[in-house]
Design a binder for this molecule. Structure first.
Ligand code: PLP
Length: 452
């Protein structure tokens, strides 16, 4: 087979029929796409046989590497039995056993698992459940949500309603429900003009006021614990998350922890909430849940939330919500194998030295002239590029600076993706120290070359 001809055929068909997510397709049509054919460990192979380091875990999902035997075997074994039945009126072993495993590893108050198939639906379910919870409790006015500036909870309309990234979300505002937007704990560019720690977490005070004044209207607070991912890897200061939990208790609102990005080891603990010993009322899980093999999500909640929905058939307390592929067998089998690998491979223990190494390498990158700040929590890292380091002047949107750095990195055999002016590094949890050094070295070189 002539590879060049095959590549041209695929590229042509892609450009005729595909519409890529978060992509300006006019630009896409003018560029040559990278066509991926294979994955092994921390690497991706393109159609010409060139290998690239996967520096963003294939969009924040891959944990134990590509082509991991235990996970592919679990999927194959399950496919030989059955690939899909349904959880509407039936049940099955993979969904049951996965629920047991999820409950065993999530914070202690969480007891129930509701499945869906992506992060956005996990969030929709959390929002609808929190709303209906208060309706069933007779607190009919508690129906709004408090969310943060720079937050990202997915792309469906409910999730966008609690999203705080204007360039993604603003155009849809007429379609959205209203909520309360609290300041982001973005210390590098503090909206309140304070600096940590002398601020004594003024941003929490703002949330306190909002909740205090509107406690009768607010059903829940939704946050990405510790790291606002898509907002640019904004790491909240110590004590912030615990403070939010306290406010939720004080004003009787549910805390929804969206751990879609931070969950499953990303921050160096199994879940970000563990760092501050916080147990949310509802937790959303997706991305890493199958280790990057199949789409699956789970919304996990307390027995208190669950109990509110129990009643006689005719009372209509039922949660009328469900997605067709809810708890799919193949995805559940992959998730079980993925979770089992954490113990077998001592993933979290082995990560600690690598997290320290990443920190050391990022500190060098922080010295570069156009790097305003580096932020890191475990294996979630962001490098914020600025025009003027002293004044923190951002690059303009149209300068596409993040995009240029990532294109340069691609030439060097590293796949990374920017979020505006922030370069994101999200290595596989199983990355080797050598590979990790290559990721940071190539990133540093790309930044230097683009900045001239
Ligand atoms: C990615 C993400 C989502 C959305 O997940 P999808 O599977 O893309 O729908 C929701 N919340 C957070 C924090 C995320 O990072």
């Amino acid at each position: 087979m002539n590879i060049r001809a095959e590549k041209n055929r695929l590229e042509d068909a892609d450009k005729r029929h595909l519409w890529h997510p978060f992509t300006q397709m006019k630009e896409w049509l003018d560029e040559g796409p990278l066509i991926i054919t294979e994955g092994r460990g921390s690497f991706l192979k393109d159609i010409f046989g060139r290998w690239y380091l996967d520096g963003v875990s294939s969009l924040w999902v891959t944990l134990h590497g590509h082509g991991k035997r235990e996970i592919t075997d679990a999927i194959k074994g399950q496919a030989d039995m059955i690939s899909h039945s349904t959880l509407l009126g039936l049940t099955h072993k993979p969904a049951i056993e996965l629920a047991e495993k999820i409950i065993a590893i999530t914070p202690k108050n969480l007891t129930r698992v509701f499945y869906s198939d992506n992060g956005s639906t996990a969030v929709e379910i959390a929002l609808k459940m929190a709303y209906q919870f208060w309706q069933l409790k007779g607190e009919k006015k508690k129906r709004a949500f408090l969310y943060l500036e720079n937050s990202y909870h997915g792309d469906t309309l409910g999730a966008v309603s609690v999203g705080g990234i204007d360039i993604f979300h603003k155009i849809f505002s007429p379609l959205l429900f209203k909520g309360f937007k609290a300041p982001s704990p973005y210390c590098y560019r503090c909206g309140l003009g304070k600096s940590y720690p002398s601020c004594k977490l003024q941003c929490l005070k703002a949330m306190d006021d909002m909740l205090g004044n509107n406690r009768h209207k607010i059903a829940g607070v939704i946050i990405e614990p510790l790291v606002q991912g898509a907002g640019g890897m904004i790491v909240s200061p110590p004590g912030y998350l615990k403070g939010v939990r306290k406010l939720c208790d004080k004003y009787k609102v549910l805390l929804i922890a969206d751990e879609v990005a931070t969950g499953f080891g990303r921050t160096g603990r199994m879940f970000a909430c563990e760092h501050e010993e916080v147990s949310p009322d509802i937790m959303c899980l997706a991305k890493g849940i199958t280790g990057g093999y199949l789409p699956l999500a789970a919304t996990v909640m307390t027995e208190n939330v669950f109990n509110a929905f129990l009643g006689e058939y005719k009372e209509l307390k039922t949660f009328f919500h469900g997605h067709t592929y809810t708890g799919n067998q193949l995805a559940s089998a992959a998730a079980i194998a993925n979770i089992d690998l954490f113990k077998k491979e001592k993933t979290l223990q082995k990560m600690q030295g690598k997290i320290a190494l990443l920190k050391k390498e990022l500190a060098k990158i922080a010295e570069l002239p156009h790097v305003g700040e580096v932020r890191q929590k475990g294996f979630m890292a962001g490098i914020e590029l600025v025009k003027d380091k002293k004044r923190k002047t951002p690059f303009r949107f149209e300068e596409k600076i993040g995009w240029k750095v990532c294109e340069k990195a691609k030439e060097k055999g590293l796949i990374i993706r920017p979020l505006g002016n922030v370069i994101i590094l999200m290595p596989h949890l199983s990355v080797s120290k050598e590979e990790l050094m290559q990721i940071t070295d190539k990133t540093a070189e790309a930044i230097k070359e683009v900045m001239g």
